[in-house]
Design a protein around this ligand. Structure first.
Ligand code: FES
Length: 133
């Protein structure tokens, strides 16, 4: 069953972290892969530009669940700007690698994160900078 998967991937697949729903999320990102049909939904809570909570619901393969779990771990406590820099490669690295056929699952995690941040920003436009005169 675990052929090709690292121990970290198996750990996050079998016991995913931050799985569930945030009812009053400040930003929601939902993305799907039209080829495999898997869907990933990330919800974030933001305070002072920092992601204070994040949860996921993923209807997908084991690698999609493991990458969802890992991306929530990497993002929690980060500022929005820091979180935006987290790529699928960072998720793969943190998981100790993914089989080549499963790389697209990690792309879903990056896209869901970007979508959640974009959703937050569209609902909370930045205050115009105060300029000294
Ligand atoms: Fe498509 Fe994993 S097989 S997300």
């Amino acid at each position: 069953m675990s052929i090709g998967y690292s121990a970290k991937v198996m750990e996050h697949f079998l016991q995913p972290h931050n799985m569930g729903e945030i009812a009053d999320a400040d930003g929601i990102g939902e993305v799907g892969n039209p080829v495999c049909g898997d869907v990933m939904r990330l919800m974030i809570k933001v305070e002072d530009e920092k992601i204070t909570d994040i949860k996921f619901q993923t209807f997908g393969c084991g690698a999609a669940i493991a990458t969802s779990s890992m991306v929530t771990e990497l993002v929690k406590g980060k500022t929005l700007d820091e979180a935006e820099q987290i790529s699928n490669q960072a998720v793969i690295k943190a998981l100790g690698g993914l089989p080549p056929a499963k790389i697209h699952c990690s792309v879903l995690a990056e896209e869901a994160l970007q979508a959640a941040i974009a959703d937050y920003r569209s609902k909370h436009p930045a205050e115009p900078a105060v300029t000294e005169s």
